[in-house]
Design a protein around this ligand. Structure first.
Ligand code: PLP
Length: 402
């Protein structure tokens, strides 16, 4: 783990990357391949006996390295590699860590794509996943066998916003020599899973970190030796499966990550405001910043100060029909967009049961409390959130939701 000084925002602020001619932004390495003066040096790089040379952009590239360094720094990790999407980061990490016959223990409330990968895809390689309630340590412990290689969870789960007690889970993982892989997509800056004992921290950069909804992207942060393994030319999952990020994209995300701390504060402030208001109006609201959230205290005691409780909240309109109507009304009144994804400057809303979590069967959705009337909000950077509240409230009144 990297030295633990500074908060995540100042660690990014303190980085200095210059361009070729003293530019305040690093130059973009717009090349897929790199020249060598001597054939022997190239051979040594392939052999792994020489380090520090760029070779080919599926391996590493200066532009992706800059963004990787910034994300690793933010996550208190020594190394990071970038992927073309969050799923690219998740799938290559799990395929690096697991072999045929191994088992994974995963939280049962996770992003639908990850769930589908674990449940439907990995069995092809004879890798089995046991899904548990990750807020229940006893369930996790009971699921461990000598075959368990990975415990997988999200710091704040998609879409039910459950908070995993990473510190406690990591004690368990270390005791059994299992790797703890944590997806921190919903809570960059807010949580630092590596400081709490996670071995690998994953991000979908598509969301808050980039913040402009113009690209998909992913990152894997870990110790240097694990990152080296992932890009090994003979056996690295990232190198061989090839889910790499383009250098142009890496350069543009690097510019956006510099304002992440300001955006997270504002997203959180706005989500806290709306969730308190709607709770007062009598709606069932899920938001970890509310005192009645089951893991409110755990979050309060383990999060980094100053970034709030995150930009996501969920309301229950009771029926799918009402949820759909409300989203259509809100879009008409320009509250935001009926769209999946999160972390945009505009509010985004969707009904997770029939969209981002549709990979989870109806029976399982019911089991985990993912009811059909839920709407997941990614709250935007609205300057006047009181005005936004009034508009949403008007839509709710019209549909007799409140
Ligand atoms: N992790 C979480 C928590 C997500 O919400 C998502 C996508 O919604 C992903 C991972 C996958 O990221 P991407 O869409 O960038 O592949």
């Amino acid at each position: 783990m990297s030295k633990q000084k500074g908060n995540p925002a100042s660690r990014i602020q303190d980085l200095q990357f210059f361009g070729e001619f003293g530019g305040v932004n690093p130059s973009i390495a717009d090349s897929s391949t790199f020249t060598y003066l001597a054939g022997k040096t190239m051979g040594d790089v392939f052999e792994g006996t020489r380090e520090g040379c760029y070779l080919y952009s599926r391996h590493t590239n200066p532009s992706t390295s800059y963004l990787g360094k910034a994300i690793a720094e933010m996550e208190y990790m020594k190394g990071a590699i970038l992927a073309a999407s969050g799923m690219g980061a998740i799938t290559s990490t799990l395929l690096q860590l697991c072999n045929s016959g191994d088992e994974i223990i995963s939280s049962r409330t996770i992003y639908g794509g990850t769930y589908a990968f674990l449940r439907n895809y990995l069995p092809k390689f004879n890798i089995k996943t046991k899904f548990v309630n990750a807020t229940n340590l006893v369930q996790i412990e009971n699921a461990i066998t000598h075959k368990t290689k990975v415990i997988y969870c999200e710091t704040m789960s998609n879409p039910l916003l459950e908070i995993s007690d990473i510190t406690a889970i990591s004690v368990l993982a270390k005791e059994h020599k299992i790797k703890l892989v944590v997806d921190n997509t919903f809570t960059p800056m807010i949580f630092s899973p590596a400081k709490m004992g996670a071995d690998v921290v994953i991000h979908s950069l598509t969301k808050f970190i980039n913040g402009t909804s113009d690209t998909v992207g992913g990152a894997v942060c870990a110790a240097e030796d694990f990152i080296e393994k992932m890009i090994d030319v003979n056996s690295g999952s990232a190198m061989l499966l090839g889910p790499v990020m383009d250098s142009m994209r890496a350069a543009s995300i690097l510019k956006n990550i510099r304002t992440l701390h300001l955006r997270m504060k504002k997203h959180s402030e706005n989500a806290q405001y709306l969730s308190e208001k709607f709770q007062d109006d009598g709606l069932r609201v899920i938001y970890p910043g509310l005192k009645n959230h089951p893991q409110h205290e755990i979050m309060k005691n383990t999060m980094n100060n100053g970034f709030g409780f995150g930009g996501m909240f969920v309301i229950d309109t009771k029926t799918r029909e009402k949820a759909n109507k409300l989203m259509e009304e809100m879009q008409k009144d320009n509250v935001g967009y009926l769209a999946v994804s999160l972390g945009f400057y505009k509010t985004l809303f969707c009904a997770p049961g029939s969209s981002t979590s549709s990979e989870i069967s109806e029976a399982e959705q019911k089991d985990i409390g993912l009811s059909e009337g839920l709407i997941r909000f990614s709250v935007g950077l609205d300057d006047d959130i009181e005005r936004t509240y009034r508009i949403i409230r008007k839509c709710m009144k019209k549909l007799q939701i409140i």
